[in-house]
Design a binder for this molecule. Sequence first.
Ligand code: ZN
Length: 367
Amino acid sequence: MKWFFSEKHRLHDANLEVWAGHPSPSTEVAARADTIAELLRGDASFTEASPHAHGIDPITAIHDPRMVAWLATAWEETRPFSETREIIPDTIRHVSLVEGLGEQPESMNSPLGRLGYWCFDTMTPIVEGTYEAALSAVDVALSALDELDAIGKATYALCRPPGHHAGRAMIGGFCYFNNAAVVANAMIERGAKRVGVLDVDVHHGNGTQQIFYQRSDVVYASLHGDPDRFFPYFTGWLHETGVGAGAGFNKNVPLATGCGDDEYLASLDETLEYLDECGVEQLVVSLGVDTYALDPLSDLSISRRAFHQMGSAIAARGLPLVVVQEGGYDQADLAYNVQSFLRGIAQLDPKPEPEERDPSSLSKQHL
Ligand SMILES: [Zn+2]
């Protein structure tokens, strides 16, 4: 299997984020992608390839062009207001802030106002190289699609930063441009009648859902921790099934605390059945391995063996597909979990199980 990767992801090198009011070291760090790349380079079943530039048109096809233009200069224009390298909003445009005020002007003259307009949380810092890194992640994803178009086999895009929380007109949840959504939209623009996005990250891909919620040509289906206890809290419910032309083309499967392999794989089978029934011709897989039992952001109990089974179950449907990297934060096992999933996709045997670590020795973030 060919996989695509750009060293430019390291330009996004934030050290700081704010969780529930607490400044803390960044969760989404460059070492995540580097450790996956290192492991895949040592596996002869995988072949690394370099991405090439696709410009911003595929990005502005799904994101507000004003947001894309803002992100290009956001760090520079907010420099005078921050004592840290990272820019994080202090005031976010809450939906009720202008409630009842009638039509509001769109102009925002304050750089901090613009930051709070486009960013919806305090965990998505912007540093000097963020824009370039985010562009490179899209190029990685689209280059993987080019390869799929050329050879018709599954490909893997080792994207960083991730993308599935980025909506049409907002960044957030460690995400800037929605790599998976760019690929799904490009599949349609290149001639597919209907495609699916299968999101297996432990967090709901609110951005991807929103971008396609009113469309019938891109079907979004997600398995994730219940929003009653998981970021982004406000989306990912069972009743969100699409509106307008998109009615019936969105599926959410919120999962309970402690959900194990058997329950998860049964839910995955149902979701794959749903995508089949929708008649999708191609698939984008938003691969988050933060469902892992030892992941600091997870309260599910998914094993490495299950990642291989997930890959195998998806591959068995026979759809051409691009796997796009999203989350996964257990630095010790992250790369093994991704490799296990990809070997399942490629219909290769799993690697031998490593020794189990003791989950009680880990501290979990509050999600
Ligand atoms: Zn996640």
